[in-house]
Design a protein around this ligand. Structure first.
Ligand SMILES: Cc1ncc(COP(=O)(O)O)c(C=O)c1O
Length: 392
């Protein structure tokens, strides 16, 4: 079927964080919300049908995973990424961030050193610091508006005794889909120094322009042995409110440690809706996903063209994956605080501040374009007027 991503759906009374948080976080409930990384699109029809069918049963008691749950996940990953996964080395949990936090607290010791590549998704910082582990920041290198890993720096940090690295692949917020060569070089350092990797691949199905996501664990058998991968249907299919994800382990010992930790919290069963939706999504959601990717590419093109024609002071970084655009606003000459204030109160747009992702990201903003095109157009227009007014 043909999906209508132009449809404007009112989320304001659903408790959507993106809308209800506007007043509290930005002090402007009227701002166009382009911050929280979820989409303003309805889920794929097979998912809606599956939920309806499940609801009609009327009983939502304790639920175990259906037999073919993991095989559905594996088939999807094989079809889309040619990744051969072992069903016996997978676990379900309540989300990627809870899984990363659990992995850090269960697999590392106090004061262990953990590398992250900054700027990066804020909860990576918190997961390390809140567990009392030492954070080693390896800033990404920027060249001609594109971002790269700093291998020399990562190697230096590995030499200093880093035990783990949290990899963001594709990278939020800079939108990189790491190449095989980059992943091999990183993997080589990790193998030489015994650094294990938690690879957050939650954005890995949202890859644009024919780029290919390569699961870190699929680069080589040696790399697989040191990698724990987090994936989910929630980002891909806009199901974040269901709080569900899948963790893929290198060996049964590591999986058992993780499962025991969830078991201690009595969270072995799953939310019955998240099971139904994840399965419907991975089994029948690809038609929607293909159309979504094309629509997001259209929105990204619109943003790129608009900035270069009408707001050349702001330089968007063309994402290779994700629906997030990293905007270089440094030419406006504002501090992080001034920039957020300008965006919210002068342009009427609520985006994520660069400083949320790291102290090396002052002057940047992250724009979420997973919304109907008319909203993106309106936001761009408002931003142009606000920037023009600065110079008037
Ligand atoms: C890189 C990354 N990891 C994890 C998450 C959140 O995952 P979950 O909702 O499963 O905890 C996000 C959400 O934006 C993200 O961008």
């Amino acid at each position: 079927m043909k999906y209508d991503f132009d449809e404007i759906v009112d989320r304001s009374r659903t408790g959507a964080e993106k809308y209800t948080g506007l007043e509290k976080l930005y002090g402007n409930p009227e701002a166009i919300p382009l911050w929280v990384a979820d989409m303003d699109f309805k889920a794929a029809q097979p998912i809606l049908d599956a939920v309806r069918e499940r609801t009609e049963n009327g009983i939502f008691g304790y639920t175990v995973r259906p037999e073919k749950y993991y095989s559905t996940v594996c088939s999807f990953q094989k079809r889309r990424k040619n990744w051969d996964m072992d069903e016996k080395l997978m676990s379900v949990s309540l989300g990627v961030v809870p899984s990363i936090c659990m992995l850090i607290s269960e697999l590392t010791e106090p004061e262990d050193r953990i590398i992250i590549q900054t700027p990066v998704y804020r909860p990576f910082y918190n997961a390390v610091r809140d567990a009392g582990r030492e954070l080693l920041e390896s800033p990404l290198l920027e060249s001609d508006g594109c971002f790269y890993m700093d291998f020399e720096d990562i190697e230096e940090k590995a030499r200093q005794g880093a035990r783990y690295m949290i990899l963001c692949s594709p990278h939020n917020p800079v939108g990189r889909v790491w190449t095989k060569k980059e992943l091999e070089t990183l993997g080589d350092i990790c193998i030489r120094y015994g650094v294990r990797v938690i690879s957050d691949e939650i954005h890995s199905d949202l890859v644009l322009w024919g780029n290919r996501h390569i699961p870190f664990a699929a680069v080589s058998e040696e790399i697989r042995k040191l990698t724990i991968t987090c994936i989910s249907a929630t980002k891909t299919f806009n199901l974040a409110g269901l709080q569900n994800s899948i963790t893929v382990f290198p060996d049964i010992e590591t999986k058992n440690i993780f499962d025991r930790a969830w078991g201690r919290l009595h969270i072995e069963c799953s939310n019955c809706f998240s099971l139904v939706c994840t399965q419907a999504a991975f089994e029948h959601g690809e038609e929607w996903l293909e159309q979504l990717i094309t629509y997001i590419e259209g929105n990204v093109n619109l943003v790129m063209d608009y900035f270069s024609s009408f707001i050349p002071q702001i330089k968007p970084v063309r994402p290779e994956g994700t629906y997030l655009i990293w905007l270089d606003c440094r030419q406006l000459g504002m501090t992080g605080r001034q920039l957020t204030d300008f965006m919210v109160n002068k342009a009427g747009i609520a985006m994520s501040a660069g400083t949320y992702f790291g102290k090396n990201a002052e002057g940047y903003m992250r724009m979420n374009v997973a919304c109907p095109r008319a909203i993106v157009q309106k936001a761009l227009q408002q931003l142009k007027e606000a920037v023009d007014a600065l110079e008037a």
